[in-house]
Design a protein around this ligand. Sequence first.
Ligand SMILES: [Zn+2]
Length: 65
Amino acid sequence: MYLVIMCYGCGKLVLVKAEQRTRVCPYCQKRILVEKARKIANVSSPREASEIIQMLKKKLINDFE
Ligand SMILES: [Zn+2]
């Protein structure tokens, strides 16, 4: 299982393994504590995660327009 979380450093969506406790954000290099981050989705594969991230990006863009 994987989680899609929101980086609290830069607000971007980051994929982590469900059992992972920390992750360095690939965008801002901040160390994210998974338990403190906002969880966006549970997914079963990285492929599903990237689909969700694409979908959410579109949604976020639409919300700002
Ligand atoms: Zn970040």
